[in-house]
Design a binder for this molecule. Structure first.
Ligand code: KG4
Ligand code: ZN
Length: 407
């Protein structure tokens, strides 16, 4: 099965073309024909975060040229002698799909009516979670391509994509093996918008064990970076300067470990971020060395919280595999801490961590999710900014919290 995948949930326009095949024994073979990521991060850096309207505008500008580039790389752009003429019905449908994006419709027509219908079986597109204005650009383009090429469009949950990116191991020549983990599997999802511990009792089924009650861990990295005068995205910057911090027995600027002993699987990073703010405010001269010490202590705190909760969940639910997913898994300290701790505490358990290039947002992970969800295409797809992996969440209700306090 050959899939064209579209990812536009945040500030990366990701387009991939992949072929997938079941090879039995819990393995699938994935061939990546192209995987292009166009990042808007440098543009958002001046605002210190992602602006949804800017993200939408940039995706709309980039998406058709990037799709054409991906098709070219995959050898799927045969030009036709005479541009295809749309039927009245097709014209009306495309006009409706792009009614808010006339420029995108022009781009779409100019680029796609002059090439032969490529040998692609389906389109996978991120439907959520993410920034809705950004998601719509991908969804509308996917829907329009589905109409033009008469192929199904499969909505994908971005977080499922992050989990699957971890389960891909590279072979040679752009080939990957996709492993089906042994269940129950535990996934820790850590990105700019999410911090969740998810139990997978079987393939494709998710139960949220806990999540952040305020900021996501990636968001905290980004905000702390800003306090330290570092550019967006802050995660890699914090990590870079933390490495230069002096190695001391006790941290010169100690930070709390919020909710470390809360007894559940929820997280809170807003307090940690605020603690950094108070620390920074008290320091008159924020030298590079002090900044590095604060960055290191922040990274240590975040790592300890994530690791402690994940190991506790792994023990409680007797999981057979652990999967890390999302942009924050690019963090070297977090990767190493998990590798060491899982090897020591759960020697029988395989830890899956995405390869560096697949840890942040990309089209390939959306294509892989699309392949596994191929039996569920949709005629109309809606952007769902807060789309969840599981319908019910274990996040305690206010009533439950009040009850807990009384106890
Ligand atoms: O998954 P992702 O690419 O986008 C979302 O779905 O949010 O994650 C982006 C997040 C950002 O908050 C970024 O600062 C963080 O991942 N990140 C890192 C590192 N690289 C990216 N955080 C910590 N250390 C890193 N090396
Ligand atoms: Zn992501």
């Amino acid at each position: 099965m050959r899939i064209l995948a579209i990812e536009t949930s945040c500030d990366e326009t990701g387009i991939a073309i992949l072929e997938s095949r079941e090879t039995g024994n819990r393995l699938h073979s994935i061939t990546m024909r192209s995987n292009i990521i166009l990042s808007q991060a440098s543009l958002h850096a001046q605002y210190g975060g992602v602006f949804p309207a800017v993200a939408r505008r940039e995706h709309a500008k980039a998406i058709i040229p990037v799709i054409i580039q991906a098709l070219k790389e995959a050898g799927l752009t045969k030009t036709v002698k005479k541009a295809r003429v749309l039927t009245m019905r097709e014209e009306r449908t495309l006009g409706k799909i792009f009614h808010k994006e006339p420029v995108l419709l022009d781009d779409f027509r100019a680029a796609l009516l002059s090439i032969k219908i490529p040998a692609i079986d389906a389109i996978a597109v991120t439907a959520g979670p993410g920034l809705e204005p950004a998601l719509w650009v991908g969804i509308n383009t996917a829907t329009a391509l589905g109409v033009l090429w008469s192929i199904p469009v499969i909505p994908v949950n971005h977080m499922e994509g992050h989990i699957l990116a971890s389960l891909l191991s590279p072979k040679n020549n752009n080939k990957f093996t996709l492993t089906t983990p042994k269940f129950p599997t535990l996934a820790l999802l850590i990105s700019g918008g999410h911090t969740e511990l998810v139990l997978m009792p079987r393939a494709g089924t998710y139960k949220i064990l806990g999540q952040t009650r305020d900021d996501a861990v990636g968001e905290a990295f980004d905000k702390v970076a800003r306090m330290l005068g570092l550019p967006y995205p802050g995660g890699p910057e914090i990590s870079r300067i933390a490495e230069t911090a002096p190695k001391l027995a006790t941290p010169p600027y100690p930070l709390p470990r919020p909710m470390l002993k809360s007894g559940d699987f929820d997280f809170s990073f807003a307090g940690l971020k605020t603690a950094v703010l108070y620390t920074v405010k008290k320091i008159e001269n924020l030298t590079p060395e002090i900044k590095a010490s604060i960055a290191k202590e922040f990274e240590d705190s975040a790592t300890e919280i994530l690791l402690t909760k994940t190991l506790a969940a792994a023990k409680k639910y007797k999981v057979r595999e652990i999967v890390l997913g999302g942009g924050v898994t690019a963090n070297k300290k977090i990767r190493a801490a998990f590798q060491n701790a899982v090897a020591e505490n759960f020697p029988e358990t395989t830890l899956f961590i995405p390869g560096h290039e697949l840890s942040t947002d990309n089209g390939l992970m959306i294509g892989v999710a699309g392949f596994l969800r191929a039996s569920k295409p949709k005629k109309t797809i809606r952007a769902q900014g807060t789309m969840r992996l599981a319908k019910s969440s274990r996040h305690p209700t206010l009533a439950e919290l009040r009850k807990k306090k009384k106890m």
